[in-house]
Design a protein around this ligand. Structure first.
Ligand code: FMN
Length: 163
């Protein structure tokens, strides 16, 4: 048996710091979004990103079917958007886009006004691994507005501080 159980793994991963991103999609399969900590740069040629989403996420089938998403990287003043899209704001559970102001770029997926940076993407590849799906997207447009990132570490939101 693998001695690294889910709790031990989660505890260890909570020590790693990450940015906080709200991944959104829009199209025939609907307008949905989910908070993730797993956005990562993939390649320069073509410009692309990768993110990991749980197989049971309601947003996942919509992202797959719509074939487009925006990775909205949150600024330090956007904690409530992060909580909303993580399903932690009860009054917005069925109206996540009620928080924040939204517009669109090339793909039509929702872009959060005032985000640190929003990467407008077309889905390129989907890989299945364990409990998660790894989604690779080609960046077809982007918009940057903010300066100070929202950071997630030690199971809470943090602000960056110069070392
Ligand atoms: C800071 C933070 C980071 C998260 N990172 C991820 C992630 O990388 N992948 C994921 O599937 N869920 C992640 N979650 C959990 C989802 O946001 C949460 O389960 C959400 O309610 C799923 O919504 P959905 O089922 O409507 O798509 C994260 C939550 C928070 C608060």
């Amino acid at each position: 048996m693998n001695p690294v159980d889910a709790d031990r793994f989660r505890d260890a991963m909570s020590m790693t710091a990450s940015g906080v991103t709200v991944v959104t999609t829009n199209g025939e399969a609907g307008r949905l979004g989910v908070t993730v900590s797993t956005l990562c740069s993939l390649s320069l040629e073509p410009p692309s990103v990768v993110l990991c989403i749980h197989r049971d996420s309601r947003a996942l089938p919509a992202i797959v079917a719509n074939g487009v998403f925006v990775a909205n990287v949150l600024g330090s003043d956007q904690q409530r958007v992060a909580d909303t899209f993580a399903g932690r704001v009860p009054e917005l559970k069925d109206n996540r886009f009620g928080e924040g102001e939204w517009h669109a770029l090339a793909t039509g997926a929702p872009v959060l006004r005032g985000s640190l940076c929003s990467f407008d993407c077309r889905v390129a590849e989907i890989f299945e691994f364990g409990s998660h799906r790894i989604i690779a997207g080609i960046v077809v447009d982007l918009a940057c507005a903010g300066t100070e990132p929202l950071v997630h570490a030690n199971r809470s939101y943090q602000k960056l501080q110069a070392a």
